[in-house]
Structure formats: structure tokens, C-alpha cells
Write a protein that binds this ligand. Structure first.
Ligand code: UDP
Ligand code: MG
Length: 344
């Protein structure tokens, strides 16, 4: 059913945002399945592909897909900005009454969107996809993911749902709220949890990748996890304070013991090992804490520069209305005061 223009029929519009980074091998199959799943819902839809600076033939393939289907909109970022920014860019350009984020690798089945839309019709603003099973992922990835979601839940200041990825549906209201959050270190799933509103979830089994390989290798995963924790919690800072306090108390107690031993006991010259261990330990803890402080300061610095989140190199398939909407979105990002200034 791809290629059928359903924009003329009435009813809600469903936007699907798909971040694409080097997915040339699987993108055509993805589109076919996604378009079929959306057509089955029976409302209008648009699929917004965000090419996140792919270095393979993804963009050419996307253009071909666009030629065969008027429900497709294409965005090409000026370089690779990363998954979370690509998702944000797509959401900002989506005009639907619902906006769903879906990865291009068919790990998250597009057919689940129909269930999400049902939940939205029943009044939910946010519908999370919850992974009940992860097929084709190593025990290491499953294990670290599990550990990460649990840690996050304990550390974060907002109520973070567990085992929830970026596959989720947002209502128009939730989308607008998300777009109004200007932060640069975007941990989108945490930001969505912060929104509040009524949320519900749809369970699904996560498949293995259809083609290509995961772009999240270990280092990237650690950085992602750090981003999540540091953007959503000040608790590491507090932990540092507590560790420092405990260390000081321990040092004080040990000092008293040593002084007593020195005065009343018979202590020959020894204890180099314990000294060395203590010095190493305390300087280690200090450096780590400074590093952590640095992480927060670095984040302040990126926010303060206030650069745009991403740059767009090419837009295809967006209409005049879409352009007006984007302007509107940008005005909203600037905040109500600036908006009035611009108009006046
Ligand atoms: N992706 C992206 N920019 C990046 C890395 C990934 O837009 O820098 C896209 C990728 O094409 C895919 C989605 O984000 O559609 C999720 O990436 P991936 O499947 O590699 O992550 P995983 O599912 O392994 O966590
Ligand atoms: Mg994937």
C-alpha cells in the first residue's frame, strides 16, 4: 500500500519519526513494513526520516523511497549528531496529533504502533513501548541494559520507567512540551518521564536487527548511561559529599588510634604499605570527585553556549504548512517573551 496518499482523508494525523544512520541495507524493507502497518491503522500518517549524517547510501535510498510515497518527509542533518539529537530533530518537525519514535532497524515492530494509537485514543498522552524480550542481543547487552535501567531508576529525580527505550508515542500536547525543553545533553527518555501527563505502556518483544549492526558499542553505551544519570540527577554530587565525610570520619578515628598507640604502645617504624594505600585511595577518590564535578561543569558550558541543537542540510517533502509549523515551533523554543518581541 505504499505510495497511497491518504492526506486528503479526515481524522487524526500520525507522525512517525525514524532516525537513520548508515541503514542503507535495511531501510527499504523497513519502509515497506512501516507504511503497511500505518496504513492498517486507517488514519493519515507521515513518516519523517532523519538522516543523521549517514556515510553510506542511506540518503539516496531515502530519496527513492520519498519518490514512491507522498507520506514520506526527509530531513538530512549536516553531520552525525547522534541518535538522541536526530530523534529530537524529527520530533520538532513532526506535525501529527501523535508522534511516535521508531528505530530504522526493525528491532521494534511497527505493528505495535496500532496498539499505541489505541491507548492514545483512550486518553494517554504518552504510550511507552516496554520490552518484554530482547531477541538476538548478547547476554552482555541485556545484562548491562538491565543494570542500567535499575541504577537509573534509583538515581534519577524523576520516575523513570524500566526497560523502556525510545520507542514510544507522544500526544500533540506531550510533543509540544518536549520540544519546549531546550537542553543540549538530550536523554530523551528521561525528558519524557519528566513531562508527567498520563502515561501507559504496551508490551512487545524486541527483535534482532534486520540488517546492519548496532551503532551503540560499549564506549557509546557508557557515555549514554553517563548522560542519562548526569542530566537527571544531582545525586552523584551528594554521594561525593558523603564519601568525603565518611573518609574524614574514618581518618579522624584512625588518627586517634595511632596517637594512642604512639603514646602508650610500642610502635616500631612500619606501616609504609598502609600509608601508601591510604594516600592512593584518598587521592583516587579526590580525582574522581573532581572529574565528576567537571562533568557537570562541562554540561553547564555546553548549555551556556546556546548553539542550535543540530543543523539541517536538506529537507524533502515538507509542505508550506510544515514550514509555518517549524517557525512556530522555533518561536516556542525561544519562549513566550521572545515570541512577542519577534511579532512586535
Ligand atoms: N542512529 C542515529 N544516529 C547515530 C546512531 C544511531 O540516528 O549516531 C539510529 C540508527 O540508525 C537506528 C537507531 O538510531 O535507527 C538506533 O540505533 P541502533 O540500532 O544502532 O541502537 P541499538 O538498537 O543497538 O541500541
Ligand atoms: Mg537497534
Amino acid at each position: 500500500m505504499t505510495g497511497v496518499d491518504v492526506t486528503m482523508s479526515a481524522g487524526p494525523l500520525h507522525s512517525v519519526v525514524v532516525p537513520v544512520f548508515n541503514e542503507a541495507d535495511g531501510i527499504a524493507a523497513f519502509h515497506e513494513r512501516c507504511a503497511a502497518a500505518l496504513t492498517a491503522i486507517g488514519n493519515r500518517y507521515e513518516i519523517i526520516y532523519v538522516d543523521d549524517g549517514s556515510r553510506d547510501t542511506s540518503w539516496a535510498r531515502l530519496l527513492a523511497i520519498r519518490d514512491g510515497d507522498t507520506n514520506v518527509r526527509l530531513m538530512r542533518l549536516s553531520r552525525n549528531f547522534g541518535h538522541q539529537i536526530a530523534v529530537s530533530a524529527g520530533i520538532e518537525h513532526a506535525g501529527g496529533d501523535t508522534v511516535t519514535v521508531l528505530d530504522a532497524d526493525l528491532q521494534d515492530p511497527p505493528e505495535v504502533i496500532a496498539q499505541m494509537v489505541d491507548a492514545w485514543r483512550e486518553g494517554a498522552d504518552i504510550v511507552y513501548g516496554v520490552r518484554t524480550a530482547r531477541r538476538g542481543e548478547t547476554w552482555f547487552k541485556r545484562g548491562t541494559a538491565k543494570l542500567f535501567y535499575r541504577t537509573m531508576r534509583n538515581l534519577a529525580d524523576v520516575d523513570m520507567p524500566v526497560d523502556v527505550g525510545d520507542f514510544r508515542l507522544l500526544s500533540r500536547r506531550a510533543t509540544d512540551s518536549l520540544v519546549s525543553m531546550p537542553e543540549h545533553h538530550r536523554y530523551v527518555r528521561g525528558m519524557v518521564a519528566w513531562l508527567g501527563y498520563d502515561s501507559t505502556s504496551v508490551a512487545y518483544a524486541r527483535d534482532s536487527r534486520f540488517a546492519g549492526e548496532s551503532k551503540y558499542h560499549l564506549v557509546k553505551m557508557v557515555r549514554f548511561a553517563l548522560d542519562g544519570i548526569l542530566s537527571f540527577s544531582l545525586r552523584p554530587l551528594r554521594i561525593a559529599t558523603w564519601v568525603g565525610l565518611l573518609a574524614s570520619i574514618a581518618a579522624f578515628a584512625i588518627a586517634i588510634v595511632l596517637i594512642v598507640l604512639r603514646l602508650f604502645g610500642d610502635v616500631p617504624v612500619q606501616g609504609w604499605t598502609s600509608l601508601a594505600v591510604l594516600v592512593l585511595l584518598s587521592s583516587g577518590v579526590q580525582l574522581m570527585t573532581i572529574g565528576m564535578l567537571g562533568e557537570y561543569i562541562g554540561r553547564i558550558w555546553t548549555e551556556v553556549r546556546g548553539r542550535p541543537l543540530y543543523l539541517v542540510r536538506d529537507l524533502q517533502g515538507f509542505s508550506r504548512d510544515d514550514a509555518a509549523r517549524r517557525l512556530h515551533t522555533r518561536a516556542r523554543r525561544l519562549g513566550p517573551d521572545e515570541d512577542i518581541e519577534r511579532r512586535g
